[in-house]
Design a protein around this ligand. Structure first.
Ligand code: AAT
Length: 276
């Protein structure tokens, strides 16, 4: 029997389909529907509310690009916060960096972390590292309660629906600015420049109002609709495009390297126009 999963209505009339070979896990958590399935084309895939979160085949692109750009822009990224990202992929990348002493993960849904540990070990493997602290609470509240503490804050969040709505709003960016040290860097996944054409300019404006240096960068991520994904970076002091990468620590990565770091900031004209 053919069994296909579709992330539907990315924009009206567009879906992303994957042929499923078996269902590994499925449950309704306190916050969302969570499913883990094996697929023919993307390996094991985690869905939340029927939206693709990550796949074992392509997660490396997203997790490397949401972390290493900021990590290699900041000269001394000792303390890093991840909001969301319960699969652990961003944490696995962060602790590759030799200067990181502590990484805090604040995930609202404990079941995402628990099921990732059980069924997605190659993604979640960093979560048991002694430098890592995992907390189960709303990231919005967490940043409000912390000041002048982090070198980098990364928002690895679901799309702006349900508990993630506030993670795309100005008040959250203001709290992040205050939770960062005086030379801190903020990074967020900000969806597709092809399809999320209302969100990108809004996020860009909010970030610009708060951080003196605001940039958008792109990566090629087949597991997300359109395959081209954006990240927004807000920095208090260091320009990610001007980062000196001649002595970057050169830990193993499959997508990120100094050339990609620089090239990711080169934007097609329609994207420049979108965030003008
Ligand atoms: N690493 C790629 C996976 C994700 S999952 C994003 C996580 O954000 C989810 O586990 C969700 O439970 C968590 N989350 C949502 N809102 C909050 C909040 N307010 N505080 C803390 N955690 C939260 C990202 C996938 C991107 C998909 C793009 N289409």
């Amino acid at each position: 029997m053919d069994l296909w999963f579709y992330e539907r209505n990315i924009v009206p009339g567009l879906s992303l389909g994957l042929e499923v070979t078996s269902t590994v896990h499925s449950e309704q958590t306190e916050f969302q529907h969570l499913a883990i399935v094996d697929t023919k084309a993307m390996g094991r895939v985690l869905f939340l509310d029927n939206i693709i979160m990550t796949s074992t085949k392509f997660e490396f692109v997203y997790h490397e690009m949401i972390t290493h750009v900021a990590l290699n822009t900041h000269p001394n990224p000792k303390k890093v916060l991840v909001i969301g990202g319960g699969d652990g992929g961003a944490i696995r990348e962060i602790i590759k960096h030799p200067r990181v002493e502590k990484a805090v993960l604040v995930e609202i849904d404990r079941r995402v972390v628990e099921t990732a540990k059980e069924f997605l070990p190659e993604i979640s493997c960093g979560l048991n590292d002694p430098r890592v602290e995992v907390l189960y609470q709303d990231g919005i509240k967490y940043v409000q309660e912390h000041q002048n503490e982090f070198d980098i804050i990364i928002t690895d969040s679901t799309d702006p629906i349900g508990p993630a709505v506030g993670l795309f709003e100005k008040g959250f960016y203001e709290s992040c600015r205050d939770a960062l040290k005086e030379d801190g860097i903020f990074v967020a996944q900000t969806e597709s420049p092809y399809y999320d054409v209302n969100l990108l300019p809004k996020v860009q404006k909010n970030t610009r109002d708060i951080f003196p240096i605001t940039k958008l960068y792109l990566a090629f991520i087949p597991e997300y609709p359109g395959g081209c994904w954006s990240f927004t970076i807000g920095s208090k002091k260091y320009d990610p495009e001007a980062a000196d990468l001649s002595n970057w620590p050169n830990y193993p990565t499959r997508y990120y390297n100094p050339g990609i770091h620089k090239a990711a900031f080169v934007l097609p004209n329609f994207v420049r126009e979108l965030i003008k």
